[in-house]
Design a protein around this ligand. Structure first.
Ligand SMILES: NC(=O)c1ccc[n+]([C@@H]2O[C@H](COP(=O)([O-])OP(=O)(O)OC[C@H]3O[C@@H](n4cnc5c(N)ncnc54)[C@H](OP(=O)(O)O)[C@@H]3O)[C@@H](O)[C@H]2O)c1
Length: 326
């Protein structure tokens, strides 16, 4: 099979498309033929080792000291079950599925083997592979943070970085939870964020949301520019600050803030659950959650796709289509 290998850390040009052996499913595992996958901000961070302050060594210990331990990046996919191992009962050959391999990665390839009891779910018939492939990374992160913050109907919620994969998911899922959403993004993305359900949009190139006198029950920072020190005046008493992206110093300060200020700072890696995938698929089928798709590249243009994701300015998700021979 074809796979994209990152055999060292570095710029997009370290990526190489190679022919490698197709894996065989063992007992309890399924082999999936991947039709679509995504290049996420996590792929960029891992490949380039661009990590938030204080996480450099931790990242290398987890993902490989000198080079990636798992050279095939990519954490989400949509495709079809191509073979099943012994004792597999949840899936059949030919069934359409989407999956989140999360930190196990491995999705930038034509095939992947995953455990049948992993984060794998049948793709609803109404969803394309491109849409299904883009459900998990932003969607599960948004669901986990919103759940941890116990967002309630009628609360005012602001998303800093509302136009990325996580931001576009937060806007839609917070709105669905009944929050009144304000999105912060660049001029070019104001209409997009409004169309996803934000009742207010703030152009960060013209206005600073931390200085306009407005206050919120929940602030979600997906950019890393809104630590507590900057947005304390914008957070209501009892408010929650969700640091989707933060360095270690801001996370540690957040612990202190939570203990002493009557407000809570919630940070750290998001946890994905099988039920989240089922919920995201059901919401996508009814149109209540639509992963935003910015660009679609064929596998052959994986380097270009990474270059675009590296800009940090993508709108929602970047898809790699494995069916287009480009
Ligand atoms: N904690 C976790 O478990 C977890 C999970 C997933 C992701 N993350 C982290 O969360 C971050 C966001 O992920 P993502 O996948 O959504 O990234 P992304 O898709 O690359 O989006 C980044 C967005 O940030 C916006 N942006 C850039 N500068 C901005 C600024 N000064 N103010 C407001 N918005 C700005 C860009 O929009 P404009 O073009 O409009 O500026 C872009 O849409 C990443 O750093 C990732 O590492 C953490």
């Amino acid at each position: 099979m074809k796979a994209v290998l990152a055999e060292r850390y570095g710029p997009p040009e370290v990526l190489q498309i190679r022919e490698i052996a197709t894996p065989t499913p063992k007992a309890g595992e399924i082999l999936i033929r991947i039709h679509a996958t995504t290049v996420t901000s996590a792929d960029w961070r891992l490949r380039s080792q661009t990590v938030p302050t204080g996480f450099g060594l931790i990242m290398r210990l987890v993902f490989g000291l000198r080079k990636p331990r798992q050279p095939i990046l990519g954490s989400e996919l949509a495709g079809v079950v191509a073979a099943i191992g012994r004792d597999v009962t949840r899936f059949q050959v030919g069934e359409r599925v989407f999956a989140f391999s999360d930190m196990r990665l491995g999705c930038h390839a034509e095939y992947i083997v995953l455990p049948q009891d992993g984060l794998v779910v049948a793709t609803p018939p109404g969803l394309t592979d491109d849409t299904a492939a883009a459900l998990c990374f932003g969607g599960t992160t948004a669901l986990d943070f919103l759940r941890r913050a116990k967002v309630r109907r009628g609360e005012r919620l602001l998303v800093n970085g509302a136009s990325g994969a996580v931001g576009t998911a937060v806007v839609q899922l917070a709105r669905r939870a009944g929050a009144e959403v304000t999105g912060v993004c660049s001029t070019a993305n104001l209409d997009l964020v409004r169309s996803l359900g934000a009742v207010q949009v703030i152009d960060y190139s013209r206005d600073d949301f931390t200085g306009n006198g407005e206050t919120y029950d929940v602030i979600v920072d997906t950019v890393g520019t809104a630590p507590f020190s900057r947005c304390r005046r914008s957070l209501k008493p009892g408010g929650r600050l969700l640091l989707v992206l933060a360095g270690l110093p801001d996370m540690l300060r957040g612990l202190w803030v939570s203990l002493t200020s009557g407000r809570r700072v919630i940070a750290g890696p998001a946890a994905a659950k099988l039920d989240d995938l089922r919920m995201l698929a059901a919401l996508a089928e009814t149109g209540e959650f639509q992963p935003v798709i910015d660009r679609i590249y064929p596998l052959q243009q994986i380097v270009e796709a990474h270059r675009y994701v590296d800009t940090g300015r993508k709108k929602g998700n970047v898809i790699i289509s494995m069916r287009d021979k480009g």
